[in-house]
Design a protein around this ligand. Structure first.
Ligand SMILES: Cc1cc2nc3c(=O)[nH]c(=O)nc-3n(C[C@H](O)[C@H](O)[C@H](O)COP(=O)(O)OP(=O)(O)OC[C@H]3O[C@@H](n4cnc5c(N)ncnc54)[C@H](O)[C@@H]3O)c2cc1C
Length: 374
């Protein structure tokens, strides 16, 4: 007799219900407008409102601050479902689940938590992350952003490039060098209220994909930063704070992988539906074995990436951080799978796949950006 072991990483009842909720919201509220945000490059305000009304922003924020206290597994479930409909809208949730609020929850003071986590959980405001600069992308340790001491406080001077949602956010987690540091030594992070004097939006990028949720250039000109705004102080004689910040990006990387898997899942499902309808030379595409093999290959790539992601997020536990190697593997696999699956989906639709009137080319353009960002 064959005894089946339980499926690894099977969702519990609450997780399955959360997935269903996210799918319903995505199908009903996000999918119908996804093409509009892409064409117009307008910020997806209606998606924000839909996610807020469904109470989805608070899932990873602690209960004490108005959230549900869930972890990376649940974040990945929701991000996958939202990205299946629209990646630009899913990014709003990614910034809340895995961006600054999670860093504040894990690394911040009680004062920072009390100030910002209710804003995140309720969907009152968006958060963004300022790491990249024009001359410091992959080599973030070369950043120029720095604090100078000003009595008991600091002044921040920085020019951050490619800040997702920076033109719409309430607050930015700015990575910067503390006084006396050099290279990676002394790099820490502060939370800046984007209405503070000295903060300005210098521009927004025009991109290939993810056009609803674009990246901004933010200038910080002598912005006052109080001791209570410091998330993680940089010690000028050590790179420990910088390493902690880098390690904490594993939440974002897993969220990135989840969005790639979701977008690819959407493209795969669309291609299968299309193959069942489209007749070529008197036969439905779905009957052609060569094309069935393509669907099999796409499914294998996607499911492999999904399993690697599940391993990484399950290893984080409910309140931990996904481990580095498993996270890197999950993100790399999900990025590659999404590129392959979305590309093949375009091919399966023939000329229509290349048309902006069909959604698969948008998925391809959207996930391409996720393969570059964290
Ligand atoms: C959609 C999107 C969203 C983003 N959102 C944010 C955000 O919210 N906040 C933020 O701070 N940044 C954000 N970024 C910026 C992103 O983090 C940077 O683009 C990334 O770190 C790469 O930096 P760069 O663009 O300067 O490329 P570069 O550092 O100039 O790299 C160019 C190329 O060289 C390669 N390379 C660099 N160094 C090495 C090396 N040592 N060995 C081998 N290859 C190397 C890189 O992989 C890349 O292919 C976003 C980017 C994108 C595309």
């Amino acid at each position: 007799m064959t005894v089946m072991a339980p499926e690894p990483f099977a969702e519990n009842e609450d997780q399955a219900a959360l997935r269903q909720l996210a799918r319903d919201v995505a199908d009903r509220e996000l999918a119908p407008n996804a093409g509009h945000w892409d064409e117009t490059e307008e910020f997806p305000d209606a998606s924000w409102e839909a996610l807020r009304k469904a109470d989805l922003f608070g899932i990873t924020v602690g209960e004490k601050y108005g959230g549900m206290g869930m972890g990376d597994v649940e974040a990945a479930i929701v991000l996958e479902e939202l990205a299946r409909a629209d990646v630009s809208s899913a990014i709003l949730a990614q910034l809340i689940f895995n961006g600054p609020p999670r860093a504040i929850e894990h690394l911040g003071s009680d004062a920072l938590k009390e100030r910002w986590l209710p804003v995140a959980a309720s969907g009152e405001g968006l958060f963004c992350i300022g790491i990249t600069e024009a001359d410091a992308g992959s080599a973030a340790n070369r950043m120029r952003a720095h604090l100078v001491a000003d009595g008991d406080e600091y002044r921040l001077n920085a020019y951050k490039n490619y800040v997702t949602g920076g033109h719409k956010a309430a607050a930015c987690l700015v990575w910067c060098r503390f006084p006396g540091g050099e290279g990676a030594n002394g790099i820490g992070a502060v939370v800046v209220d984007l209405t503070a004097p000295g903060v300005s939006i210098a521009g927004v990028h025009k991109k290939m994909g993810l056009r609803g949720c674009t990246e901004a250039e933010l200038a910080f000109d002598d912005v006052a930063v109080g001791a209570e705004d410091v998330l993680l102080p940089g010690d000028p004689s050590s790179s420990d704070a910088f390493k902690t910040l880098l390690a904490h990006l594993n939440h974002e990387r897993c969220g990135n992988a989840a969005m790639c898997i979701g977008a690819a899942q959407g493209a795969l499902e669309y291609a299968i539906r299309y193959m069942n309808e489209r007749e070529v030379g008197g036969r439905r595409l779905a009957e052609l074995q060569g094309l069935q093999w393509k669907i099999a290959d796409m499914s294998v790539q996607l499911e492999s990436a999904r399993l690697l992601l599940l391993r990484a997020v399950h290893m984080a536990g409910p309140h931990g951080t996904p481990p580095p190697m498993e996270t890197a593997m999950a993100k790399a696999a999900a990025n590659l799978a999404a590129k392959f699956v979305c590309d093949e989906a375009i091919q399966l639709l023939g000329g229509y796949g290349y048309s902006r009137e069909y959604p698969v080319e948008r998925a391809y353009r959207d996930i391409r950006g996720l393969c570059i960002g964290a």
